[in-house]
Design a protein around this ligand. Structure first.
Ligand SMILES: [Zn+2]
Length: 64
């Protein structure tokens, strides 16, 4: 079994537009900043790996 990356659909906390984020499946937990592809504002991304191997993302605005 090899880890790769997966695309996860979510939505921007600023503009509400759907965005796709690339998540590294090899990391248990990730917390990073990524610019929205639509409005270019910095989103705080928290990624958690679920037991079934899927990735759950939480997006927050940086000033929260
Ligand atoms: Zn946005």
């Amino acid at each position: 079994m090899s880890f790769g990356t997966s695309l996860v659909d979510s939505s921007c906390p600023y503009c509400g537009e759907p965005v796709q984020l690339v998540v590294d499946e090899g990391a248990q937990e990730q917390d990073y900043i990524e610019d929205c592809q639509v409005c270019c504002r910095p989103m705080r991304v928290s990624a958690q790996l679920a037991n079934d191997g899927s990735v759950e993302l939480t997006l927050r605005s940086e000033d929260e």
